[in-house]
Ligand binder design. Structure first.
Ligand SMILES: [Zn+2]
Length: 96
């Protein structure tokens, strides 16, 4: 599984054996995709090819993985309610 900088996206890898050439590989079935962290995956989702299984060795199309997909779209952080959080920019006096 590729690293996920946002820690939200989740993929299950499934072992697949290509019927054409016998190559074995792990196919990542994405279950949760952070659309902000993985714009390239979003492109594949829009193109409808995210769960298309293709053999990396010979290019044989094995079909499509049937899996539910949850898109995660983080909302922007709200601007500090009462008593919640410090401004992160412009360090305070005596710091730095
Ligand atoms: Zn193959």
């Amino acid at each position: 599984m590729p690293p996920d900088p946002a820690g939200v996206s989740y993929a299950q890898t499934t072992p697949v054996t290509c019927p054409a050439c016998g190559h074995r590989f792990d196919f990542a079935v994405w279950l949760i995709v952070d659309t902000a962290g993985w714009p390239d995956l979003l492109d594949r989702i829009r193109g409808g090819t995210l769960h298309d299984v293709t053999c990396p060795a010979c290019g044989h199309a094995l079909g499509r993985a049937d899996a539910p997909l949850l898109l995660y779209s983080p909302s922007p952080l709200s601007g500090g309610g009462p008593g919640w959080g410090y401004p992160l920019s412009g360090g305070g006096p005596g710091w730095g």
